[in-house]
Design a protein around this ligand. Structure first.
Ligand code: CDP
Length: 228
């Protein structure tokens, strides 16, 4: 195993700005692996909720101790978060975890634990990492940094389309927009755009368009014009 950090593309941005799906797609196009830092915060939160402790009593030591139950399994183009050795995608994306994850993510010792896991993943592969602070706290020397933003209503609409598999009603979008804006506020301190990040507003872009733009930027900095 090498300790050297390989090529890193960092994609940050607020809740539901399309970071993870875009990062996954970009990783596939470049032959990199996608590391979703948010999934580690979610995994720790899900582990805490399984023990059903009262969230107001959660401590950083208690959360970090749950790290022993949360693992990252490398797949061809990504890493799957394992909880007690089992992929638990549905549970970690569920509303209970989403409601409590910012509480966990605010704890400095927890951030240190997550950042260590993400750096370990990046030491063995070229990676596209996504989160809130990948381009600032974790990989200040990343080859490319992108900060994705989109109008909150549009972010809420996309998140609901993904979750419900149908067109959401305006009332549903309004409710989800409120939830997103509240989570943005809770995550504000750790959501930081790097001074050298490319700001990409995706409100009027299709997913294909935003992926194309990032792939083009990545090829310019990594000099891999012929990767498929
Ligand atoms: O996909 P979405 O933007 O909704 O969230 P996520 O990337 O799965 O992240 C879930 C939560 O983890 C966020 O609401 C933040 O509280 C936290 N997080 C963070 O603080 N720093 C990161 N680098 C990534 C996630």
């Amino acid at each position: 195993m090498s300790d050297a950090v390989r090529t890193v593309i960092a994609i940050d941005g607020p809740a539901a700005s399309g970071k993870s799906s875009t990062a996954q797609w970009v990783a596939e196009r470049l032959g990199f692996r996608h590391v979703d830092s948010g999934s580690l915060y979610r995994g720790l939160t899900a582990a805490m909720l399984r023990d059903s402790a009262e969230p107001s009593a959660w401590t950083a030591d208690g959360v970090v101790a749950q790290g022993a139950r949360v693992g990252l399994r490398p797949d061809t183009t990504s890493f799957t978060v394992l909880l007690d050795g089992v992929p638990s995608e549905e549970e970690i994306r569920g509303s209970r975890v989403t409601e409590h994850v910012s509480l966990v993510a605010r704890m400095p010792d927890v951030r240190r634990w997550v950042n260590l896991r993400v750096r370990e993943a990046a030491s063995e592969h070229d990676v596209v990492v996504d989160g809130r602070d990948m381009g600032t706290a974790v990989f200040p020397d990343a080859s490319l940094k992108v900060f994705l933003i989109a109008d909150p209503w549009e972010r809420a609409r996309r998140r609901l389309m993904q979750r419900l598999g149908r067109r959401p009603t305006d009332a549903e979008i309004a409710e989800e927009t409120d939830r997103l804006v509240q989570r943005d506020a809770r995550d504000a301190t750790q959501t930081v755009q790097a001074a050298d990040a490319v700001l990409l507003d995706t409100t009027y872009l299709t997913q294909e368009e935003q992926v194309e733009r990032i792939v083009a930027l990545a090829r310019a900095v990594t000099h891999r014009p012929h990767a498929s």
